[in-house]
Design a protein around this ligand. Structure first.
Ligand code: SAH
Ligand code: MG
Length: 944
């Protein structure tokens, strides 16, 4: 008969408990699962059952959740624990003590064990490398090793120390005191009273020494290892040091010299600093404290009293997440566990600045793009075009590197129930684009069936101690759970990124009202968690921000530039090919960035990229660079100069040059950018439209307008939001009755393009002696009235309103119909209900996109503030027409009026009989806020 094994093998939960005790937090979520396939949104009793999903959080260690669901709660918990055990590689048989007392006993015997003859020295001995070298020494130092070598080499000792006092994780000095005190009680081991050497009480047997010397491969020549010294004083910049390691000398010896430490035993060692390189650590001098007893309290008190001798190295502490005192050397040297050979690697300033960069919210993204100086975290997430680590992964790395708990994502299903049943989403957001899930259902059962559910995701950021410090919740919902998670993760990253760019934000500003942007900050915990970061980057440390002595102002002076800020280009080369990067298009460029020193007139290459792709308008690159790219056309190149506002970034990019650059001053240097536009891929919106429609929708819109112009025999036309002039331009290709054409836009860049192409067309027409209309381009907002555009025959506003907020769209409607008063107004905007068809047709081959409800983004274009369903658009237009004495008719281009309507929906407003006297009011000439940017005839083309 088989014995029950339950007592023999502990359950996964028991194993986790043994290790982490109360730190392990289980969270069981109840999930309602349909027993059979009933429609989720239906307000009828349905057969569902309750199942469970479990998330296990071990702060600072890991966070896992069960992929599936379980009928019983406890099964879900055990499953989560089992996943954690597998991920952590825990051997359930290893016996880890439960109590501090047990751990203390074990620590004492562990130290003894290192020095017993029978265990010494095997190749698996954790200290074999250190022991081997110390046995080659002569005199007093024979066989003595620094206690901190144990800290660096033995994982078990570390685990035990953490059980004795959890603070040990963050404090190498505390660990040193524990080992020191434990060693005093360890049989066979002796420690000195004045320093931190540890050695065997008895001399080793000659055989053991022989064996140790055999293990030790030795170094024939002295080794030189480059390292970085991080001074404790913030005013002093990090500098390169060279460590010289010679035979028979313990490697801590030279480090002690560099740190002016009493002797090698007084050098403390941090945990490893960077995952990428296994053995990079901080070495720093042990502060002058006496370890009176084995109680950590004593140590803490002592330190507080003597804080003159214990100055915290803020930069090293920030990087390592441990408390580091005095000047510190960042080096990659030492015997790793069970290594008989010294493992060394050079560490330079670039390494240091890259480690700093990695801790920033956008740092890993920049590094992954191999574009530190140019790439920026985009402000929008689109699954198909996002390259590099996902926002979710970036946020997880950020939290890990800032020593916070793993971020907590809660993606919830929001039922897209029909309007008739009423739904939370629909009622909350009535009339807005966000309610489209609900509206779709009412308008078109087919789409509703394809999109049964939407997802919203909220995010919570906890400290290691599981105190909440930031909370993000959103009203936006997505048809895919991963889109909801990624978009929320990106929002949180962007929030942190913005915060890091203005770290001196006063505390009060952290109390943002929740309603404004979905963020709730808990300032006490928040500031506590970022205290070290603030003291490294904050301006609190004083100092002149114009000199580059400290890291202090690193990314902080990069204030927000306005969108329309333009780079001043020089050395423009190549013909204008007419193909230019516009908003939403993908630009592929090559670029190089040089650092130019004004004094010495020297130029250093910092970064170069022969093929770099980014989306225009998504905030994916440095502002000035985007401005440069949009002023060029394919095959053109140009240069521009930018301030060296972020010195640390330049240093992170500089690689081998870092030595030369470490003392640079911001005022005496500039960054020189050289850029060439290689290729432009049209905006996704256009690509989608082109894939489906021939002629393209934009052409069809023009033809729609031409039909109305000719019907009306219109002589004057104003295009509201003319952009780069595609409508005005095309109108010149059709025979029309027009005598005057006018464009208005808020973007100078677009207007400049429009001016160039209109100028070309009109000049050509003039040569052919055809009749030519007059033309004007105004810079201004269509929500402002300008009397020069009063009473035109026809006004067009094609694909513009969705680019402004809804209240602005309404304002525009009112201003146009009450003040501009065109006889006819044509307004077009995307039909949201058509998107599934567009998106499917644009991406027919990608496997993932074949899923019924997949879409690369919520709207057709990232710049769209909303996209309306037919009913939303018609409600807006009908109300507008009624209140201004206009009639309105609905039509469209692309597809047909059948379900789900046209791809681009159009409203045609017609002015009805006007009251007398109304006109004179509006013809007030004094109201002319628009600026004439270009005029035909007498035109001179505006420059940027
Ligand atoms: N009508 C053009 C461009 C559409 S893109 C076409 O069909 O191709 C939208 C345009 O609206 C952009 O050029 C943008 O600069 C412009 N725009 C956005 N808000 C505006 C405002 N308040 N006033 C004037 N133009 C605006
Ligand atoms: Mg648009």
């Amino acid at each position: 008969v088989a014995m029950p094994t339950a007592t023999a093998t502990p359950t996964p939960k028991a194993v986790i408990h043994q290790r982490y005790g109360a730190k392990a937090v289980y969270r069981v979520d109840e999930v309602r699962e349909a027993v059979d396939g009933v429609c989720p949104g239906l307000a009828l009793p349905q057969s569902t059952r309750c199942v469970y999903r479990c998330q296990l959080d071990i702060p600072g260690v890991l966070s896992v959740s069960t992929p599936g669901t379980f009928v019983r709660k406890k099964d879900a918990e055990q499953a989560a624990a089992q996943i954690a055990i597998e991920k952590l590689g825990i051997q359930p048989t290893s016996n880890i003590p439960n109590t501090p007392e047990e751990a203390w006993e074990e620590l004492i015997s562990r130290i003894s064990y290192f020095f017993t003859d029978e265990n010494f020295p095997t190749s698996s001995h954790p200290l074999v490398g250190h022991l081997s070298v110390t046995l080659r020494r002569t005199g007093d130092f024979l066989g003595k090793i620094p206690i901190s070598a144990i800290i660096a080499c033995d994982v078990k000792v570390h685990t035990l120390c953490k059980i004795i006092d959890p603070k040990a994780e963050f404090d190498p000095l505390l660990v040193l005191s524990m080992i020191y005190n434990a060693a005093k009680q360890s049989p066979g081991v002796s420690v000195s009273n004045r320093n931190f050497w540890i050695q065997s009480q008895r001399p080793y047997s000659p055989e053991a020494v022989d064996l140790a010397l055999q293990c030790w491969s030795g170094i024939s020549d002295p080794i030189r290892v480059e390292a970085v010294l991080i001074p404790c004083a913030m005013e002093d910049g990090p500098k390169m040091v060279s460590l010289n390691i010679s035979e028979n000398e313990h490697y801590m010896g030279d480090i002690a010299l560099k740190l002016s430490a009493t002797d090698p035993s007084h050098v403390l060692v941090s945990r490893t600093v960077d995952k990428a390189s296994s053995e990079m650590r901080f070495y720093f001098p042990a502060p002058d404290v006496q370890f009176v007893s084995d109680l950590s309290k004593q140590l803490v008190d002592d330190r507080e009293n003597r804080n003159m001798n214990c100055i915290i190295n803020k930069r090293a502490s920030y990087i390592s997440g441990q408390t580091i005192y005095g000047d510190a050397v960042l080096a990659n040297v030492g015997y790793t566990r069970r290594d008989t050979e010294l493992q060394t690697d050079h560490v330079n300033l670039c390494t240091y600045y890259r480690i700093l960069l990695r801790k920033l919210p956008d740092g890993i993204y920049k590094i992954s793009k191999d574009s530190i100086l140019v790439a920026e975290l985009p402000c929008v997430y689109a699954r198909t075009s996002w390259k590099g680590p996902s926002p979710r992964d970036l946020l997880c790395s950020f939290c890990r590197l800032q020593r916070l708990s793993e971020p907590y994502f809660a993606a919830n299903r929001v039922s897209a129930s029909c309007n008739v049943l009423g739904s939370a989403v629909g009622s909350e957001e009535m009339g807005s684009a966000k309610a489209t899930a609900g509206n779709q259902c009412a308008n078109d059962g087919r789409i509703a069936k394809e999109n049964p559910d939407m997802f919203k995701c909220s995010v919570k950021i906890y400290s290691k101690k599981r105190d909440l410090l930031l909370e993000y919740s959103t009203d936006y919902s997505w048809s895919k759970e991963t889109d909801a998670i990624q978009n929320s993760a990106l929002k949180v990253l962007i929030w942190f990124n913005r915060y890091f760019k203005q770290l001196n934000t006063p505390v009060e500003k952290l109390y943002l009202p929740k309603s404004t942007d979905g963020f709730t900050i808990y300032p006490n915990i928040f500031l506590q968690e970022f205290a070290m970061c603030l003291s490294v980057y904050g301006k609190t440390s004083g100092g002149d921000s114009r000199t580059c002595s400290a890291v202090g102002y690193f990314s902080m002076d990069t204030s927000y530039q306005q969108l329309e800020s333009s780079a001043f280009l020089t050395d423009i080369d190549g013909q204008d090919s007419g193909v230019f990067p516009s908003h939403g298009s993908l630009a592929c460029i090559s670029y190089s960035v040089h650092l130019f020193m004004k004094d010495s007139r020297k130029r250093y290459l910092l970064e170069v990229n022969n093929e770099f792709e980014f989306e225009i308008g998504a905030g994916a690159v440095r502002n000035q660079l985007e401005s440069c790219a949009t002023q060029l056309s394919v095959n053109q190149s140009a240069c521009f100069v930018d301030q060296l506002s972020d010195r640390d970034l330049s240093l992170a990019a500089a690689c081998e040059l870092s030595l030369d650059l470490s003392k640079i001053c911001r005022d005496s240097c500039v960054l020189e950018f050289s850029v060439k536009v290689l290729q432009v891929t049209e905006p996704l919106e256009d690509r989608m439209e082109k894939a489906l429609f021939n002629p393209p929708l934009s052409k069809q819109r023009v033809e729609f307008a031409v039909r109305h112009i000719n019907q009306l025999h219109a002589t004057t036309l104003v295009d509201f939001g003319c952009g780069s002039g595609s409508l005005l331009d095309s109108l010149l290709e059709h025979p029309t009755t027009l005598e005057k054409i006018v464009g208005v836009d808020i973007s100078r860049k677009g207007l400049t393009r429009a001016a160039k192409s209109l100028h070309q067309k009109l000049s050509k027409k003039l040569l052919l002696q055809t009749s030519v209309p007059t033309a004007v381009l105004y810079h201004g907002s269509v929500t402002d009235f300008d009397s020069r555009l009063y009473g035109f025959d026809i006004g067009t506003c094609l694909e513009v309103i969705e680019h402004v907020e809804e209240d602005q769209a309404s304002l525009f409607g009112n201003v146009v119909l009450s003040s501009f008063c065109p006889a006819v107004l044509i307004v077009s905007t995307p039909n949201y209900e058509y998107n599934p068809i567009l998106q499917r047709s644009a991406l027919p081959n990608k496997e993932e996109e074949q899923e019924q409800d997949a879409g690369p983004c919520k709207f057709r274009n990232h710049d769209h503030k909303f996209e309306w369903t037919r009913s939303q658009f018609q409600r807006w237009a009908t109300r507008l027409a009624a209140s201004h004495n206009y009639s309105v008719e609905f039509s469209g281009v692309g597809g047909s009026s059948d379900e789900p309507g046209y791809a681009s929906q159009i409203a045609v407003f017609r002015r009805m009989a006007r009251n007398q006297g109304e006109s004179s009011l509006n013809e007030d000439d004094s109201h002319q806020p628009y600026e004439v940017l270009w005029e035909w005839p007498n035109a001179s083309i505006p420059s940027h």
